[in-house]
Design a protein around this ligand. Structure first.
Ligand SMILES: [Mg+2]
Length: 245
């Protein structure tokens, strides 16, 4: 969708709410893989806790795999809770609640260091505000709304949303599609009042469209896809080292 078409959709009279995806839409990741960031954060947390980084790294990756396998069986399309993931990684190592809190903090810091603002998304928010629209965020993530707020304050210097909905908090996702109806109810508005914008084809265009929302797909560039691919290749030896498939 071109910028002009998108602008037209945002300014349609029935549209009263602009909904934005967070990751790779409002804040842009540098191309690092998830596993790379987990390892980076676990090594930082191990240093702060004064423990061996290898077991903590292995447990963090294992807690992630286990949580998402269980979710796939019990409530497909949902997300794990960040606090539970960190507790599951640190408890078997006897690091307790303090260890989980340090790991969570290190993961947020590692993520923040790899994110930068997307000026185009911020301009869209400003334009929607000028039109008197409500602006919300809808994100598929294990982070809570509070975690996302903390992250936005660090990366953008502000939290520009009236409300933040995460799949982890809501218990339904964009990927599974169920979150859109839930958000419409929570917002007390009809589906046709929303326009959602994001970088993922099914989660940010097909599924909101199926739920009756207006939607626009704004993918990252091909250049970024190449950068992401090079990071994937770079992460392979790291995955082999920690025994992660
Ligand atoms: Mg995204």
């Amino acid at each position: 969708m071109s910028v002009e078409v998108l602008r037209g959709a945002v300014s349609a009279p029935t549209t009263t709410v602009l909904s934005l995806d967070i990751f790779d839409t409002v804040v842009l990741r540098d191309g690092t893989t998830q596993v790379f960031r987990f390892v980076e954060a676990a090594e930082l947390a191990a240093e702060r806790l004064g423990v061996d980084p290898a077991p903590l790294t292995a447990m963090r990756l294992l807690s992630h795999d286990n949580a998402y396998r269980a979710i796939q069986m019990e409530r497909p399309g949902a997300d794990a809770r960040f606090s539970a993931l960190c507790e599951a990684a640190t408890a078997p190592l006897g690091l307790g609640a303090h260890g989980a809190a340090v790991l969570a903090e290190c993961e947020l810091e590692a993520d923040i260091a790899r994110l930068k603002p997307n000026p185009r998304a911020l301009a869209m928010i400003a334009e929607a505000r000028e039109r008197g629209m409500r602006v919300i965020a809808v994100s598929d993530t294990w982070y809570s709304a509070g975690d996302v707020e903390r992250l936005l304050l660090s990366v953008l210097g502000e939290q520009p949303f009236d409300a933040i909905y995460t799949s982890s908090d809501v218990g339904a996702s964009k990927h599974g599609g169920g979150i859109f109806d839930r958000v419409a109810v929570l917002e007390g508005r009809e589906s046709l009042e929303f326009i959602h914008v994001g970088d993922t084809l099914d989660a940010d265009l097909e599924n909101p469209s199926a739920a009756g929302w207006g939607a626009a797909h704004v993918p990252r560039s091909r250049w970024h896809d190449l950068v992401r691919l090079s990071w994937k290749i770079r992460t392979l030896p790291m995955q082999a080292r920690v025994g992660h498939s």
